[in-house]
Ligand binder design. Structure first.
Ligand SMILES: [Zn+2]
Length: 382
């Protein structure tokens, strides 16, 4: 199966393969949601015999249907419809205190989501409980395992998906966990991905598809991120690319959870704010309008965040998307924040900084989309 990035399958406003939008040229006789073989050949720079071969492979796998198109005077064209509903994918987000579940189709359209207060346990029984939640969703929707492409799982930790291994997830107290054990329990293909990488991938795929490169910053209790290069995640030598939270922002500064001093995370974790209002981040933002000392803390917080973002902009010159819990609250002060970032950048160009709109399900949607991308070979190196 060789449907790589660059193949665009229009489906109203959604299309698989990020980046370029489908070309309108030559498609006037083709209904929305389909491409003629000639258009596919033109889009991908392939010969018609090669397209015929690929199309029949995809048809055999149930991913395409072929129909005769309307004649425009010459030969009646064959139109290929990508079947986004031919299979579905589960996305899970596992944290120390909750389990989120989404079900998406192959275009990333969310069909179902749920949030469970289910603290993680380092026992087989945790995954068995998760399996029964998945299988009950399948039952409700009349789906069988054959309808499910697999399960993408987002976790707060370092993952070696090429080795099927979770290397280190401190908040889950996991080290060197071979996740094929989860695959055996689910009886479905499973991939596990770092949650910031997964959320960044969802952002890149669904929200910022016109941008080939970018940085996603995930600002929650922990601070992390993802590096997107040519629409795919860039992992780095040790699979730790995007660990922005442990860049030093203040030499000799506050102690960080990693043991170092002065890390970005020590200044911009949402704990810095929530700890002042009994651990409740929403309460911090409710109260800061009436309590000047909270407003002052917020201003200081914004300055550190602006410093880190401007450093990233200066170093990489790519769009930066800010996600995680802080994205819900930064909107009201966003122009003020952008002015701060701009003042810290020594060039006249405007920084491309925006807030994530991928929402609270971003990590589990991203983990599910990564499974789609890997299983269908949509992107090289994901
Ligand atoms: Zn640190």
């Amino acid at each position: 199966m060789v449907l790589r990035y660059g193949a665009e399958w229009s489906r109203g406003q959604q299309h698989i393969g990020t980046g370029r939008k489908p070309q309108a040229v030559g498609l006037s006789a083709v209904p929305a949601g389909a491409l003629s073989k000639q258009a596919i050949a033109r889009e991908l720079g392939l010969s018609i015999p090669t397209v015929n071969l690929l199309v029949s492979q995809l048809k055999e796998e149930g991913l395409l249907t072929l129909q005769s198109g309307a004649s425009t005077g010459g030969r009646i064209p064959e139109i290929a419809y990508f079947r986004y509903d031919s299979q579905y994918v589960f996305g899970l987000e596992v944290t120390d205190h909750h389990l989120r579940i989404v079900l998406i189709d192959l275009a990333g359209t969310p069909l179902f989501h749920a949030y469970h207060d289910l603290p993680f346990r380092k026992e087989q029984s945790y995954w068995i409980e998760a399996r029964s939640l998945l299988y009950s969703i399948m039952k409700q929707r009349n789906l069988t395992p054959a309808n499910i492409l697999g399960v993408g799982v987002a976790i707060p930790g370092v993952v070696r998906w090429d080795l099927h291994q979770m290397d280190f997830a401190p908040t889950l107290d996991l080290r060197y966990f071979d996740y094929r054990a989860v695959e055996d329990i689910f009886v479905l293909p499973v991939i596990i991905e770092n949650e910031a990488n997964a959320a960044g991938f969802a952002e890149s795929w669904l929200q910022s598809r016109d941008q080939a490169d970018g940085i996603y910053l995930s600002i929650n209790k922990g601070v992390g991120g993802a590096v997107i290069v040519d629409h795919a995640l860039s992992y780095g030598i040790n699979r730790r690319s995007g660990e922005f939270g442990h860049m030093t922002l203040v030499p000799g500064g506050r102690r960080c959870s990693c043991g170092k001093e002065g890390c970005f995370e020590a200044y911009c974790s949402t704990r810095v704010l929530a700890d002042l209002t009994g651990g409740d981040l929403a309460a911090f933002f409710r109260r800061k309008g009436e309590e000047p000392h909270l407003q002052q803390v917020w201003e200081t917080y914004l300055r550190y965040l602006a410093q880190a973002v401007s450093n990233i902009c200066v170093a990489l010159d790519v769009p930066v998307v800010i996600g995680g819990d802080i994205a819900l609250y930064l909107g009201n002060d966003f122009q003020h924040f952008i002015d701060m970032v701009e003042a810290m950048i020594p060039f006249s160009s405007h920084p491309y900084v925006s807030l994530s709109s991928a929402g609270a399900d971003a990590a589990c949607v991203g983990a599910a989309l990564l499974l789609v991308a890997r299983r269908l070979q949509l992107l090289p190196g994901v």
